[in-house]
Unconditional design. Structure first.
Ligand code: MTE
Ligand code: MO
Length: 353
């Protein structure tokens, strides 16, 4: 792992681990805003309340007994993925320089949030489903508990899970055990770990991590002065891609070389095409897409290009199923908290015989 902080623990997957269709459990990235809470599974209950007909309080056994078990293979991606590319444009004090590894894919097992909401019975006026967790970020001023919300329209999708297992193993504590939300296609921040409370409500969550953080502020804003509702709230993850091989900053002989990478499209969009360029986007070659591993995962791609001798800049960009493409430059995307850098992927190499 590429460790950014020990406490709270933040680490990204090494590039090599991103080449697998599903990320090995011990290489899955880890993004924590506070210390990992210690939860006693025996006394733990999931509360479902707010604008519902029948509030629920469920133990893990009750949750498993009452609702059909479902599996979804899904990629999570942090909104801070590839922040390092924004920091190269202009410094972002206080935020970690994540590379392309704040993303990973796992097979999640749990129950559909939709089924739990149906059992509770959503009442008229419920527009959002809020998630609350017990961990507290000491980096926010004042310290803030973690939470977030998604609109009801997303929450009732069959892909949104309350998961207790990852790759067939009990959900590791670091990834939210005993229970977490998994919201495929949305920024990782909405997949709330150590889930304790689900609240149906009219408006988005007032939690700091929904109302104030994970928002794109205008370039001139002072992020330490930002308050609830400032900036643009992030939901569906941005169309993105990166180059996974060859290794960055390596020396290779010139000649035909395999270039591979991942791409990910937000929400219910799919990756439709990935292009690779050796001349900074003047001309492009279409990469081959690997077979899809389900509708909610990243898309690996590959192509073989004849690399010339000298310094080579490899550029990649993805298109999604609506015809949208990634923007060219991180300079135009720079924002004070460093979110959603989905500019063209670039990798520099020295090719010498
Ligand atoms: N849930 C809680 N309770 N606390 C957190 O700090 N981090 C969020 C989300 N859920 C977080 C959380 C963020 S920002 C991301 S990107 C994902 O969890 C990361 O999930 P992972 O650590 O399992 O990779
Ligand atoms: Mo995140």
């Amino acid at each position: 792992m590429v460790v950014h902080d020990r406490e709270p623990f933040n680490a990204e997957s090494p590039r090599a681990a991103l080449r697998d269709r599903e990320t090995p459990l011990d290489a899955f990235y880890s993004r924590n805003h506070g210390p990992i809470p210690r939860i006693d599974p025996a006394s733990w209950r999931l509360a479902v309340d707010g604008l519902v007909e029948r509030p629920l309080a469920l133990s893990l056994d009750e949750l498993r007994a009452r609702f059909p078990e479902t599996e979804v293979v899904a990629t999570l991606q942090c909104a801070g993925n590839r922040r390092a590319g924004l920091i190269e444009v202009r410094d972002i004090p206080g935020e970690d320089p994540w590379g392309p590894g704040a993303t990973s894919t796992a097979r999640w097992t749990g129950v559909r949030l939709a089924d739990v909401l149906a059992a509770a019975g959503l009442r008229a006026g419920a527009g959002h489903v809020a998630f609350a967790a017990p961990d507290v970020s000491q980096l926010a001023h004042p310290p803030q508990p973690y939470g977030g919300s998604i609109p009801v329209a997303k929450a009732v999708g069959p892909e949104v899970l309350l998961a207790w297992a990852m790759d067939g193993r009990p959900l590791p504590r670091v990834h939210g055990g005993p229970l977490r939300a998994v919201v495929p296609g949305w920024i990782g921040a909405r997949s709330v770990k150590w889930l304790e409370r689900i609240t149906a409500q009219a408006d988005p969550s007032a939690n700091y991590f929904q109302a104030t953080a994970y928002r794109v502020l205008p370039p001139e804003a002072d992020p330490s002065a930002a308050g609830p509702g400032d900036g643009i709230s992030l939901g569906p993850v941005a169309l993105n891609c990166d180059i996974l091989s060859p290794e960055a900053d390596t020396r290779l002989p010139p000649g035909p070389t395999l270039i591979t990478g991942y791409a990910l499209a937000g929400d219910d969009r799919a990756v439709a095409r990935v292009d690779v360029s050796l001349d900074n986007g003047a001309t492009w070659t279409q990469a081959e897409l690997d077979p899809q591993n389900g509708p909610w995962t990243w898309q690996h791609w590959r192509t073989r290009l004849d690399l010339p001798e000298g310094t080579v800049l490899i550029t990649a960009r993805a298109w999604d199923s609506t015809g949208a493409a990634q923007p060219e430059s991180p300079a135009h995307l720079w924002n004070p908290k460093g979110y959603a850098n989905n500019s063209w992927a670039r990798l520099r190499l020295a090719c010498r015989p």
